[in-house]
Each structure stands twice: as C-alpha cells, then as structure tokens.
Design a protein around this ligand. Sequence first.
Ligand code: 5AD
Length: 364
Amino acid sequence: MQNIEPILSKPELSRDDIVRLLSADDDASMDLLRQKASGILLENCGPEVYFRGLIEFSNICLNDCDYCGIRRGNTKVKRFQLTKDEIVSTALWCAEHGYGSVVLQSGERRDPEFVDFVEDCVGKIKQCSRSERLPNGLGITLCVGEQTEETYRRFLAAGAHRYLLRIETSSPRLYARIHPESQRIETRIERLRMLNKIGFQVGTGVMIGLPGQAAEDLADDILFFRNMDIDMIGMGPFIPHSDTPLGQTAIAGGYDKDAVFRLALRMIAVTRLVLKDVNIASTTALQAIHPEGRELGLQYGANVIMPMATPPNVRHDYLLYEGKPCLDESAEQCSSCLRRRIESIGRTVALNRWGDSRHFSRLK
Ligand code: 5AD
C-alpha cells in the first residue's frame, strides 16, 4: 500500500501522479480519493445533481464496434425505431417530472431521413416543452454519433445545445484494436473539434477496464479531456456482452468485475481532481456491475444522472452490455428510485434546470 496523501495535496497533478492515483486500489486510498473528489466537486460545482432523461430512440446502427451489443453484426438484435410522437411525448413526460434536460441517443446513421427525423424531433421537443417552469424549454443533448458539419449545425439550430460523442479510448493502438478499420480515431477527434467550434457543449468519455488497457492509457484519457477542452464527461466500466467479439475475449480472459468497478470509481474521482468544473455523469453501466453503482459514482465526484426514460417495451432491445439495470421499471419508478438514492447520500436533485457545465459557462 502506498500513501497517496502527498499527491492529493499537490495543486497540479502530473501524468505520473495521475497514474499512481488510478493504481491505488486499497480501501484507505480509495477513501481518501473519494473525500478529495467530493471536496473539489462541492467547491467547483456545488452539491446539486442534475437529471437528464435518457431516451434511447433507435438501435439501428451502421457501426460495428467490437464491444457493443447493438453493433451491426449482431444479428440476434431486434431492431427498433421509436416514432416522433413517442419521442416527443417521452420528452414531455421528463419535463413534467422536473427533469430540466433530455438526452436523445441512438445507433449511428447518417442518411438524410435520419438527419431530418432527429432535427424534427429536437425542434418539436423544444417547441412543446416551453412552460412557466422551463421558459426556454428542455435542454437537449444529442448522442447520435459522427455526422457532417452541416448536420451538426442543423441540430444546433433546431435547439440541441449539448452533444455527446465518446472517444471510447484516446489510445490510437487500443482504438484500432476494438473498432473495424473503417472507424478511425482521427475522425472521432476531428468531430469533437468540430462540435466545439460550432458552439455545442461537448461531452466525451471512455470505457474503463478494456482488455489491454493500462493505468497509463487512462491517465492519457484524462489529459485528452483536458486538452480538448471538454465540458462534460460520461464514462463507465467496460462490461462484456457475450454476442460481441470483445465481450467473448474478455469473458475468456477472466473479466474481474469488482476490480473494474473500483477502477471506474477512481477514474471518476481523478477526472474530477484534474478537470474540476466539468459535468461528470454517474453512468448506468456502473450500476450494471454494482447495486449501488450510481450512488457511489456521485460520491466519487460525479454530478449528473441519466434516469432511463426509454419506453419499457423497447428497453430490452437496447442492450449495449449485459446486466443493464431497470429494464422492467416504469419511467415513474426510475425517477422516484433515483431521487431516493440521491437523497440517501445527502445530495439534492436540481429540478427544472438545464444544469449546464460550469466549465462551459466560464470559458466561452
Ligand atoms: N460496456 C460498456 N459500455 C459500452 N458502450 C457500448 N458497449 C459497451 C460495453 N460493452 C458504451 C460506449 C458508447 C456508449 C453509448 O455505450 O462507450 O459510446
């Protein structure tokens, strides 16, 4: 066991310090890290937790990522696409229940019908969600992959103001190992720059615990977030899906769920220490491998939760990984369960607010 206190008291962390913190797996170090991350979070972002209603509106996907359950090559998946009315009414349900923001997420498509469809949904949600409580309507985040600059501009003009595009890993070597050759890390990075330039609040993130990933790779991921001036982070443990090539490799190699979970908590905490004022999500994947995963994520420095708002009849078809929680709960149940969980750890849910990243408001 090493003493991480001297590292935690430094005003700036070097890459080497970050690697050490990420590697400190004993309980005492984890406790110190949690306390430090909570303090930095309170100081820079306050105690509020922001809700974003997550609407997974289609699992049709062009991509063939080696880790993802809805990859094009997985023929076992029943493909679905919600209608515009279903998406808009789900978003309005979120607004009525005090969620200030929604996230529209889907598999990746770039055809004109898809782009028109998303643009239209965003416009309608904006228009219909304005009320006394939300004079500017719902905050809308899009998570629909790599698109052209023109498409991104159309989405922004329609009223989306945040965009999530995970880099998955900032290591070119690992990225190439878990994606087909046609999916290039250079394109991803270029899209992140484009989104930033256009004026979106930009979110990215990585998977933690990928086969062959070292603490050094994760340290570089944190430095990548900083260099790219990222406003929001969504990251979680890699969880094997048995119908995917990487899932099968990981299971055969002996996937250690507990070790990956603890590493994911440290990654959240160290990201908070380095980036300070960004929004960090405590992702559903954390709860897939630990019953209190999302509460723990909040205690290690996260301040955003994405309650599942996807209509329950299609939730079973949007399985990116195995063990996804809350598949049979109603949106109502997810909302009250999460509120209870958040209050149980002494934090408050900020209702009817967009909850933008302070990093974004401060610098731009
Ligand atoms: N384990 C964990 N996260 C996954 N994602 C996809 N597949 C998995 C998996 N097997 C994540 C990716 C993607 C996000 C929508 O879900 O990071 O960007």
